[in-house]
Design a protein around this ligand. Structure first.
Ligand SMILES: NC(=O)c1ccc[n+]([C@@H]2O[C@H](COP(=O)([O-])OP(=O)(O)OC[C@H]3O[C@@H](n4cnc5c(N)ncnc54)[C@H](OP(=O)(O)O)[C@@H]3O)[C@@H](O)[C@H]2O)c1
Length: 343
C-alpha cells in the first residue's frame, strides 16, 4: 500500500474545516475520496473534535507560530494544503481582515512553496460582486465589502505566486444535506430564525436575485475530490447559480418548516431596496435594522454578481461525484436540524 499523502488543513476548527474532516471520516463518497490522504488539522484556538492528527498553526504568524525545527518538520511532512482559515465575520474595518485573510494566505503560499505542495483555497462566491465585469458597483458601505475584498486579495496572491492551486468559491453554507448537522449556526440560520419570528415588515431583495445556499458536505466532497484526483488548477463556484431558489421559494420553505412545528408564517412582502424611501431600514428598531440591513446588503452582493451567482455545480458533479441535492430540501433539513438542537 502506498504512503498516504499528508494534507495540512488550516482553519480546521471552522465550519468548513470540521465538515471536511467529518465528511472524510463518514462512510460513503467522502471517505472513498479521502482514501490515501492523511488529514492534518491545523489548530489555532478552537477545538477540532473530528481530528485525529493535529498541529498548531497560526497563519498570521511567521512560520505559523512554530519554532524553526517544528516548521521544517512540517514542511517535510506536508504534500498538499487546504487553506480554509479566515476571518469570516462581516462588517469589520478592512485592516482587521488583513492579518488572517491576506498575510495568512501569504504565509500559506510561502509554506507551500517550501513544501512543494499545491494549495486548495477556500474563497467565497461573493468575490463575483467585486469582479471587474460586475454589472453594478458594490456600495462602499456594504457590510460584506471589506471581507470580500480581503478574499479577493488572497486569490490574487495565489495567482501571482505561480503556485499550483485551486480556488473553491462557496456561497452561504447550510448544514449537511442528509442530516442538517453543522458545527455552528450560519448566517442563513440566524436570518431564518429572525424571519421565523414574523417580525420582518418586508424582505429587502432586488428583483430576480436567488437565495443561493449550499449544504456544507457538498463543498467538502468537492475539495476531497480535488485532493484525491491530484488536481492543482481550477476555479470552482460552489453555488447553485440559476438552479438556486428565488426569494418566494425560500420563504415558502421556511413557512413549511414552521408548519411542521405547528406554527404559521405569513410570508412578508418582498420589496426592492432601491425603491425604498431613504432611511426606512435605518428607522427600524435596532434588532430589525441590523437584520434588514444585512438582508439588503447580501441581496446587493448577489445583484452585483449578476443576480444569479456563477456556478460550477454541473462540473463538480461530473468531476468529483458531488451528489445532486435539491437546495430547498437541504435548506429544510438544515432548519429542522437547528430547531431540534434548540428544543
Ligand atoms: N461558512 C460559510 O458559509 C462560507 C461561505 C463562503 C466562504 N467561506 C470561506 O470558507 C473559509 C472557512 O470558513 P468557515 O465557515 O469555516 O469559517 P469559521 O467557522 O469562521 O472558521 C474560521 C477558521 O479560521 C481559523 N482561524 C482564524 N484565525 C486564524 C489564524 N490566525 N490562524 C489559523 N487559523 C485561524 C479559525 O480558528 P480559531 O477559531 O481557532 O481561531 C477557524 O478554524 C473562510 O475562509 C471563508 O471565507 C465560508
Amino acid at each position: 500500500m502506498s504512503t498516504p499523502r499528508t494534507v495540512l488543513l488550516t482553519g480546521a476548527s471552522g465550519v468548513v474545516g470540521r465538515s471536511l474532516l467529518r465528511t472524510a471520516a463518514a462512510p460513503g463518497t467522502g471517505s472513498a475520496a479521502a482514501r490515501g490522504l492523511r488529514l492534518l488539522a491545523g489548530v489555532h484556538r478552537g477545538p477540532v473534535p473530528e481530528a485525529t492528527d493535529t498541529v498548531d498553526c497560526d497563519v498570521s504568524a511567521e512560520r505559523f507560530g512554530l519554532d524553526e525545527d517544528s516548521y521544517a518538520t512540517l514542511v517535510r511532512e506536508v504534500d498538499l494544503v487546504v487553506h480554509s482559515a479566515g476571518l469570516t465575520e462581516w462588517g469589520l474595518p478592512a485592516e482587521r481582515y488583513e492579518p488572517v485573510n491576506v498575510t495568512g494566505t501569504r504565509q500559506v503560499i510561502e509554506f507551500a512553496e517550501r513544501a512543494g505542495a499545491p494549495v486548495h483555497f477556500i474563497s467565497t462566491a461573493f468575490v463575483a460582486a467585486l469582479s471587474d465585469d460586475a454589472p453594478v458597483p458594490l456600495g462602499e458601505g456594504n457590510v460584506c465589502r471589506n471581507y470580500i475584498a480581503s478574499k479577493r486579495s488572497a486569490e490574487q496572491l495565489l495567482r501571482d505566486s505561480g503556485l499550483p492551486h485551486t480556488v473553491f468559491r462557496p456561497t452561504n453554507l447550510v448544514g449537511e444535506s442528509g442530516t442538517g448537522w453543522t458545527s455552528q449556526a450560519q448566517i442563513v440560520q440566524l436570518m431564518s430564525d429572525w424571519l421565523a419570528r414574523g417580525r420582518a415588515p418586508f424582505v429587502p431583495a432586488h428583483p430576480g436575485v436567488r437565495m443561493d445556499f449550499v449544504a456544507q458536505d457538498l463543498l467538502s466532497l468537492a475539495v476531497l475530490g480535488a485532493l484525491r484526483e491530484g488536481d492543482a488548477e481550477g476555479e470552482y463556484w460552489v453555488t447553485y447559480g440559476a438552479e438556486a431558489m428565488d426569494v418566494p421559494a425560500c420563504l415558502r420553505t421556511l413557512a413549511k418548516h414552521l408548519a411542521g412545528r405547528g406554527r404559521t408564517l405569513a410570508p412578508p412582502p418582498v420589496v426592492n431596496p432601491d425603491e425604498l424611501e431613504p432611511g426606512v431600514i435605518e428607522a427600524l428598531p435596532p434588532m430589525a435594522r441590523s437584520f434588514m440591513s444585512v438582508l439588503r446588503d447580501v441581496s446587493e452582493v448577489t445583484r452585483c454578481s449578476g443576480g444569479v451567482l456563477p456556478t460550477s455545480m454541473p462540473e463538480l458533479r461530473t468531476r468529483y461525484g458531488v451528489p445532486h441535492v435539491d437546495d430547498t430540501a437541504a435548506y429544510l433539513t438544515a432548519l429542522d436540524y437547528a430547531a431540534g438542537q434548540s428544543t
